[in-house]
Ligand binder design. Structure first.
Ligand code: KIV
Length: 272
């Protein structure tokens, strides 16, 4: 058994701040359903993200843009029911917080009321600051997300590393400071140079969680199906696979099909 925390206290935003202060790295993974969230929580992950990557992973869409508020609420509710210890963060989906701060706070309240999640995550900096402030003013903890922001894929045009140039790096630093000043409890940095991410984590007092942002940050997040090796064709440099579930599941299902076809399953002890 690799790691099961003996500290079963519920993880809070306050405890994440304490972890950063004492130099303890924060572990975060996505989950979208009850069964996976039970496993991930039971294994000791600190933060579970109900990511809008559900759009790709659960619904087979090419981008995160199509997933709806109702669908995120469905995933959020399923995950929260399973989780005893981890802090549960739900992504606000594309189109639910960009148009106005009033619409943003109304949608945020709906997610929190129905899912009972602990916090929300929004992609963007200065441009979405009024929404971030309004949601925070309603008493809802907000996690920021900068760098590669998949909801803006049509603007970027590519999933390549962000903020390699000075101008974009300066904007990212400015946005990170603004999000901290506004009151965000943590920040995700996706696919940016490790040196820039380290600088942000050193400068901010709130925890900075990286995905493809190197080891100089305060924690790491991965998409659970990627790190479990359920997918074969997605292999970015930052992804470490901790299992090969693609092979395990394919072999197990193939074996089941064989047993059904041959009449080996069910046997006498497997019937009434
Ligand atoms: O939706 C998601 O899975 C995310 C992570 C990649 C951070 O936002």
């Amino acid at each position: 058994m690799a790691y099961i925390s003996d500290d079963r206290r519920k993880v809070t935003t306050h405890r994440l701040a304490e972890m950063k202060a004492r130099g303890e790295k924060i572990s975060m993974l996505t989950s979208y359903d009850y069964t996976m969230a039970s496993l991930v929580d039971g294994a000791g992950v600190d933060v579970i993200l109900v990511g809008d990557s559900a759009s790709n992973v659960m619904a087979g869409n090419m981008t995160t843009l199509p997933i709806t508020l109702e669908q995120m609420i469905y995933h959020g509710k399923s995950v929260v029911k399973a989780v005893k210890r981890a802090l549960v963060v739900v992504d606000m989906p594309f189109g639910t917080y960009q148009a106005s701060d009033i619409e943003a706070v109304n949608n945020a309240i709906q997610i929190m009321k129905i899912t009972h999640a602990d916090a929300l995550k929004l992609e963007g900096g200065e441009e979405i600051l009024p929404s971030v402030r309004r949601i925070l003013a309603a008493g809802i903890p907000v996690m920021g997300h900068l760098g590669l922001m998949p909801q803006s894929i049509n603007k970027f045009g590519t999933y390549a590393v962000r903020a390699k140039g000075e101008e974009e790096a300066e904007k990212l630093l400015r946005d990170a400071r603004l999000l901290e000043e506004a009151g965000c409890f943590a920040l995700v940095l996706e696919k940016i140079p490790a040196e820039l991410a380290r600088r942000v984590a050193e400068e901010l007092t709130i925890p900075v969680i990286g995905i493809g942002a190197g080891g100089g940050v305060d924690g790491q997040v991965l998409v659970v199906s990627d790190m479990l090796g359920m997918t074969k064709d997605f292999s970015p440099r930052f992804l470490r696979r901790y299992a090969d579930l693609f092979t395990i599941v394919t072999e197990a299902v193939g074996h089941y099909v064989e047993d059904v076809k041959s009449g080996d399953f069910p046997n006498e002890t497997e019937q009434y």
